[in-house]
Write a protein that binds this ligand. Structure first.
Ligand code: HEC
Length: 125
């Protein structure tokens, strides 16, 4: 391989790798934040019974209010959201603004902490 090709390849490869590396680093931080700020209401293990709030296992890519939790608000059920990165980001920035009437009232206003928690949530599968 010529040098220019090698450089092009290396650049493309690291661009491909960078987001997943970043997520791999921030997910453990997100897990710690989850323990402090989410776990008092949310369970997150596969098939764990929800108590105060829906089980967040498998939340990535799931339709909002579709986990079988009995106590979803009508607002979240009617939201039509799918929990991709962008919608999780919007919701966790200010839940009651993103979905007026939701019973989820815990916001993560700090962008870096929010991103870490989202990276962590997406590992729950
Ligand atoms: C005081 C209890 C409480 C805490 C703490 C809490 N939540 Fe929630 N959360 C809820 C409730 C209740 C719902 C259901 C909301 C509804 O039906 O409107 C919910 C819903 C959600 C949903 C949507 C789930 C679904 O199945 O559609 C996500 C995602 C979520 N919470 C993430 C978080 C994260 C991340 C944290 C920590 C930063 C957190 N929550 C902290 C009570 C809580």
């Amino acid at each position: 391989m010529k040098l220019t090709q090698t450089i092009a390849f290396a650049t493309a490869f690291s661009a491909m790798l960078a987001p997943s590396l970043a997520a791999a680093q921030s997910a453990p931080e997100g897990a710690a934040i989850f323990k402090q700020q989410c776990q008092m209401c949310h369970v997150s293990a596969k098939e764990a019974k929800p108590t105060l709030a829906p089980n967040l296992f498998g939340v990535g890519g799931r339709k909002a209010a579709s986990s079988g939790f009995a106590n979803y608000s009508p607002a979240l059920k009617a939201s039509g959201l799918v929990w991709d990165k962008a919608n999780l980001d919007r919701f966790l920035t200010a839940p009651t603004k993103a979905v007026p009437g939701t019973r989820m009232v815990i916001a993560l206003p700090d962008a870096k902490r929010r991103q870490s928690v989202i990276d962590y949530l997406l590992t729950l599968k």
